[in-house]
Design a protein around this ligand. Structure first.
Ligand code: 13P
Length: 277
């Protein structure tokens, strides 16, 4: 039987949010440069807009060409219908985010999704505690570091494959220095072997990311805002170099600069995986 791509024995991954074939290609080019496998995740908003068959086909073909694995993951999803769609279109994993519900409801909803997804060998990620900030419109400002008792109860009562516990990181830009509860990551590793996903990877220093990666139960670090910022950086460069000027507008150059900026950001993050090995 094939091992799930994320498991207690698997390697560690960065998961980058993408919203188009171009963004996926830039991330995969960065991953190929580092000879690293990678997770491409789609927010619910991106998922709604994407041509799912087209991106699945592209990722399959391109990873073969680039000799890496790229997994498609549905990020923070609150709607069962989208999870069903992701399963049907061959996403490799899905996240059900019922963290706004009571623990009992979160457990029940997660189990319903697990039943459905596991039939197709699709992995399920779920959130315990409240990771603050919003990811493409999903989430809220309310923060809540996961309580170890809740995590114990959650893993005992669900078949979840990946646990997104709120450990002090946040989606989007940090106001001030994030206070990451490394002790909680450590405590979680002692109560369960279920792989941990750390959200809110953008804006963390290299030292913080390396420290997170030193906990081998952390198998997935999510980065979204920095992908968007790298994309924006590419556009800014174009404006500076005047290739967006009306008379000299050069779409090829614009696309190349955006691509290279996203690829560069990806390479820099993936270098940390090598350093953490
Ligand atoms: P950032 O936007 O802070 O990188 O968070 C990404 C994330 O956790 C997506 O689920």
């Amino acid at each position: 039987m094939m091992e799930p791509y994320i498991s207690q024995n698997s390697k560690q991954f960065f998961a980058f949010n993408v919203w188009s074939i171009e963004a996926a290609k830039a991330v995969m080019d960065g991953a190929a440069r580092m000879e690293c496998d990678v997770i491409l995740q789609t927010s619910m908003k991106a998922f709604k807009q994407l041509d799912k068959e087209e991106i699945r086909t592209f990722v399959n073909r391109y990873m073969e060409r680039k000799k890496i694995h790229a997994y498609l993951h549905l990020d923070h999803c609150r709607e069962v219908d989208f999870i069903k769609e992701a399963i049907n279109y061959g996403w490799d994993s899905v996240m059900i985010d019922a963290s706004d519900k009571t623990l009992n409801d979160n457990i029940q909803i997660t189990n319903d999704i697990c039943k459905m997804a596991h039939k197709q060998k699709i992995l399920v990620e779920a959130e315990v505690g409240r990771i603050p900030g919003s990811e493409d419109g999903v989430g809220g400002t309310e923060a809540g570091i996961a309580r170890i008792e809740d995590i114990k109860c959650f893993v005992r009562n669900t078949n979840v494959d990946i646990l997104a516990a709120a450990v002090g990181t946040a989606h989007g830009f940090y106001k001030g220095m994030p206070r990451i509860h490394y002790d909680l990551i450590e405590r979680i590793s002692r109560i369960t072997a279920i792989p941990l996903a750390v959200h809110g990877g953008s804006g963390l220093t290299e030292e913080m990311l390396l420290k997170i990666l030193s906990y081998k139960n952390v198998k997935k670090i999510n980065v979204s805002t920095e992908v968007k910022l790298a994309y924006r950086q590419g556009i800014e460069e174009c404006i500076q170099k005047e290739c967006t000027d009306r008379g000299a507008f050069d779409p090829l150059e614009v696309e190349r600069r955006i691509h290279d900026s996203v690829e560069y950001m990806t390479v820099n993050k993936l270098k940390l995986l090598k350093r953490a090995e």
